[in-house]
Design a protein around this ligand. Structure first.
Ligand code: ASP
Ligand code: MG
Length: 468
């Protein structure tokens, strides 16, 4: 088989784990999967460290802090490389690369501390170092086990994107570019190790695909090279019917459709990057979420819509920290004009709207957003009235959670919503807002935060989720 495999986060937390990952890659290759592309994300927590320190260093302007931080990053990677790579000569080569790359990181960190400012472009360049430093280590580990591995940055692998820093999208020519870079390596028996998460504009400027973007890198490559399957390796069973930390009866879902998986990831389940499904859907390339702790387990298979679904409601997901904002129009404008102004203002402040509902007779709209974005949202809404009174009044409540019930044909099957709401009624939980039918795969609602777990459990049980 031709496979793309992605490793990230805890899978590459230390040298021992990277070693185990390399052994696994070796074994999968020896089992007859000769054409393998490896996508790596940053070592565990490194992207977060880069993110936090870039902001801090730009703000404080301390060159010493910049240098100390880079020294710390260098030290982490040198230590992990030494744990992972047995061959002395290869280790020397990798250390030289790490020195070089952390040198580049130091230059930009000092740059931002002098400027006292962090542009979207420098930010992307800085956070890309997590993957840039991980890739040589993974490659060196594979090489020291006799595998002919080579590392490539996202740009070198053909992930050419637009200039939208922080959330870049591949340009139409990217597929051809990926094929042109990757296929010859495979033909020559090499294992390309590609940095996940990062791309490059046509001018060669580094961009990133959004947090968790390594999944997206893997599916972009998989689609471009017509892989047989894409395997996303995690340290979990696969995709679960609910978060097992909240619902202990949660079980692995063996099969889930592309749309269901998309719906889940958009609704807060951190199983994969929300856009990762898009590239492979039309080509029907299966994605498997596999468990590193049980590598022979099938994991969860994500694929095309089955003809018949036995189960309408497959999984439940929860965004705990949300805020609901109720906006009353002034009556001067139609409710759709009010909504238009509000959404433009929210978009300008980069606020992601999770749910929307509109009561046309009362001229009100309610929107649900991530709780961490509430201040930005309020600022945005206040600005709407700068050119005349469009909004009469607005209120917000942060003591709420959003719950999403996901499954094929949810909204299309009569009685499902009724069942959902009677499960809540039995528990005496009142619903603040409902959104149904926007997608056939999701019924979502908002409850008081203190009721959220109970609501999730009641529905999980009502639909016997997790029992295939
Ligand atoms: N390292 C990046 C992040 O933490 C990308 C990824 O892990 O997929 O968001
Ligand atoms: Mg990461």
């Amino acid at each position: 088989m031709r496979l793309v495999m992605k490793f990230g986060g805890v899978a590459v937390a230390n040298g021992k784990k990277i070693n185990a990952v390399a052994d696994l890659i070796k074994r999968i290759r020896e089992e007859g999967n000769k054409e393998l592309v490896v996508v790596t994300s940053a070592l565990f927590k490194v992207t977060d460290m880069l993110h936090e320190n870039a902001i801090k260093i730009a703000k404080e302007g301390e060159i010493e802090h910049a240098k100390e931080f880079v020294a710390q990053i260098r030290e982490i990677h040198v230590r992990v490389a030494a744990e992972a790579i047995a061959d002395e000569q290869i280790l020397d080569e990798v250390n030289a690369e790490l020195k070089d790359r952390t040198g580049d990181l130091e230059k930009v960190m000092i740059g931002i501390s002098l400027l006292g400012e962090l542009s979207a472009r420098s930010y992307d360049y800085i956070v890309s170092f997590g993957e840039r430093l991980a890739a040589p280590i993974v490659t060196g580990t594979l090489r020291s086990k006799g595998i002919d591995a080579v590392h490539l940055s996202g740009g070198e692998a053909g992930i050419i994107t637009n200039e939208e820093h922080g959330n870049a999208q591949p340009v139409p020519g990217a597929e051809d570019a990926i094929r042109a870079r990757i296929i010859p390596l495979l033909t020559h028996g090499k294992v390309p190790v590609v940095t996940g998460y990062i791309g490059e504009t046509e001018k060669g400027i580094t961009t990133t695909l959004g947090r968790g973007g390594s999944d997206y890198t893997a599916t972009l490559i998989g689609a471009a090279i017509n892989a047989d399957e894409i395997w996303l390796w995690k340290e979990t069973e696969g995709i679960m019917s609910a978060d097992p930390k909240i619902i202990s009866e949660a079980k692995k879902i063996p099969y889930i459709s592309y749309r269901e998986a998309m719906e889940l990831s958009y609704f807060g389940a951190s199983i994969l990057h929300p856009r990762a499904i898009e590239p492979v859907m039309d080509k029907n390339i299966p994605i498997r979420v596999k468990n590193l702790l049980k590598p022979d387990d099938e994991g969860t298979l994500i694929g095309k819509e089955p003809e018949h679904t036995e189960k309408v409601a497959k999984a439940i997901t929860l965004i705990e920290n949300t805020s609901i904002i109720n906006i009353a129009g002034s009556g001067m404008k139609s409710i759709s004009e009010v909504a238009a102004q509000v959404f433009i203002a929210l978009a300008a402040e980069n606020v992601d709207v999770i749910m929307i509902s509109q009561g046309s007779s009362e001229r009100t709209i309610s929107i649900v957003i991530d709780g961490s974005q509430l201040n930005r949202a309020i600022d945005a809404i206040k600005k709407v009235n700068s050119s005349g009174t469009i909004i009469r009044d607005f209120t917000s409540n942060s003591n709420v959670s959003a719950v999403g019930v996901v499954g094929a044909g949810m909204a299309g099957t009569p009685g499902v919503a009724g069942k959902v709401f009677s499960a809540l009624g039995n528990e005496g939980i009142s619903i603040r807002m409902i959104s149904q039918g926007s997608s056939e795969y999701n019924i979502s609602f908002v409850v008081r935060r203190e009721d959220a777990y109970r609501a999730a459990r009641a529905i999980h049980e009502m639909f016997e989720m997790g029992n295939e």
